[in-house]
Write a protein that binds this ligand. Sequence first.
Ligand SMILES: [Zn+2]
Length: 94
Amino acid sequence: MPAMAEALKDANSCDGGEGCQCERGKYYVTAVNGSAFYVMAGPYSTHREAEADRNKALRIADDIDGRAWFMVWGVTRMADDYTKVGKLNELGLL
Ligand SMILES: [Zn+2]
């Protein structure tokens, strides 16, 4: 395998599934639309919990605004002192 592909694989080794052993922290479901970055759901204390809610958050957002479907959804770990709640939590939708 070329070195670059190997490096990318290492950077992205956890998909938040069954085998997730990422340390606890402040995880959020996030959506990216071009240069805009939205903190949609969270915080979750584990990567796995956030990942488990990712599609649910996308479906709820998509019901409100169909553009959500075209954004890039993922899970982001924020700094431990980040205190905001996700947009969907703030609106009482999740
Ligand atoms: Zn993980």
